[in-house]
Design a protein around this ligand. Structure first.
Ligand SMILES: Cc1cc2nc3c(=O)[nH]c(=O)nc-3n(C[C@H](O)[C@H](O)[C@H](O)COP(=O)(O)OP(=O)(O)OC[C@H]3O[C@@H](n4cnc5c(N)ncnc54)[C@H](O)[C@@H]3O)c2cc1C
Length: 383
């Protein structure tokens, strides 16, 4: 057992942290206020290998593992959760699905431009009437002579407005339920694919979230991703790994909130001394630090187990559930430590709190994580 970073991991952490301070921090609040999706940042993220962290070099990726991926998402989110969310959806959902289940031809055609940051990815499972119960989706794909036509709508899609490559789940055989769902790769500009309303969000406002409409959208046969009928099963595996990166995002937000709370507690004086000298504030900071560290190590453990191979449903859900709830709790404590200044946008505390909340919702709510954890626990007989 080794709980230290390797030299390479430490270098990666520092590189991403410096990048986030220089390229993201000065614009973060402005992007958030304007709901500006920072397309201009993507070539810079790509230069660092962050648009294809987890893909082999032969597909244009950085060839790193999930531990490194979690570290990178953490450091981005420590400065701005919206950037962490975008990089995460691009890598682990869209790219991850193509890497995991695509043909060699699909990887060359779609994964390479995703991993090099030339193209932006989106992954569309959620619909207006199916979120947690994702297998209940209503989007239909009908077989045509040379492909499939997709009809339906998708909601809350990260990069719904800006993506170039969409992975879309649709039912090819409704009678089979979850086993009748197939994944398709749909290129931007395909007739019948339109982006809808851009959502006006509570947090992570610089990460684009929009609905999608699919109407008579003809997708060629060669863009079926994975085997017909296996789209949902594969999506669950994609989500399992994605949850590790959302856990990394949550750890980063918690750490960022803790950083600003420590700084503020040392500066702010009341009753003739810094508020950091009050035990009531120190106890808050101690709890924030303890929970953030616990969340970090659960996240790295899930990432490490994933890198060793095999499924990590339970570990990924535990990490995502604990880290997400920790991010919300820690950022609320940070806001409270700032008093009235925590409630205004001149200080970063309120943004961490707003950004944290999506972690308990996206890629499966906390309640759904608990269902997965309990199911796996009971299946294994408690071991
Ligand atoms: C900013 C943002 C980005 C997103 N990005 C994407 C994306 O890129 N691609 C994509 O496909 N989706 C995306 N989503 C959608 C997200 O995954 C869903 O919002 C999430 O899965 C929850 O679904 P829902 O919103 O329909 O809530 P619902 O499923 O309607 O849940 C409502 C409440 O009921 C609870 N609940 C539901 N079922 C159970 C149960 N069995 N037991 C106990 N409680 C239950 C939930 O936990 C929740 O508290 C995004 C969402 C947001 C907000």
């Amino acid at each position: 057992m080794d709980f230290g970073y390797t030299q390479e991991q430490e270098l990666l952490r520092k590189t991403v942290a410096d990048f986030a301070q220089q390229e993201i921090a000065p614009h973060s609040l402005e992007w958030d206020e304007a709901q500006h999706f920072p397309s201009e940042l993507i070539p810079k993220l790509a230069d660092l290998g962050l648009m294809g962290v987890i893909f082999p070099e032969k597909y244009g990726g950085a060839g790193l593992g999930f531990v490194e991926y979690a570290i990178a998402i953490e450091e981005l989110s420590r400065v701005d959760g919206a950037v962490g969310l975008s990089v995460s959806a691009h890598n682990s959902l869209c790219g991850g699905h193509i890497f995991g289940f695509g043909t060699e031809e699909q990887k060359k055609r779609y994964l390479v431009p995703l991993a090099t940051g030339e193209k932006l990815g989106a992954w569309a499972l959620t619909e207006p009437s199916s979120g947690s119960d994702a297998a209940g989706l209503q989007t239909r794909a009908q077989r045509q002579q040379r492909g499939w036509t997709l009809h339906g709508s998708k909601s809350f899609i990260t990069h719904g407005t800006y993506a170039d490559i969409y992975v879309v789940m649709a039912s090819t055989n409704p009678a089979e339920g979850a086993k009748g769902i197939t994944a398709f790769i749909v290129e931007k500009g395909t007739p019948g694919l339109t982006s809808g309303k851009k959502e006006n969000k509570l947090g992570c406002r610089a990460s684009d979230t929009a609905s999608l409409a699919l109407q008579d959208c003809l997708v060629p046969e060669e863009n079926v991703l994975g085997k017909p009928g296996e789209g949902f099963i594969n999506a669950l595996e994609v989500l399992e790994r994605g949850r590790i990166s959302i856990a990394g995002m949550a750890v980063g937000i918690a750490q960022g909130a803790l950083d600003c709370a420590v700084k503020y507690a040392r500066q702010r004086e009341q009753f003739g001394k810094p508020i950091s000298e009050f035990q009531g504030v120190q106890f808050k900071l101690a709890d924030m630090e303890s929970r953030t560290q616990a969340a970090r190590w659960l996240t790295y453990r899930a990432a490490w187990m994933n890198d060793r191979g095999g499924r990590v449903s339970r570990e990924a859900s535990i990490a995502k559930y604990y880290a997400s709830e920790t991010a919300v709790w820690v950022s609320e404590q940070a806001l409270q430590i700032h008093g009235g200044y925590g409630y205004i946008k001149d200080y970063p505390a309120e943004k961490y709190w707003r950004d944290s909340k999506i972690c308990t919702i996206g890629e499966g709510t906390s309640e759904i994580q608990k269902i997965v954890i309990a199911r796996e626990l009971l299946r294994s007989g408690g071991v």
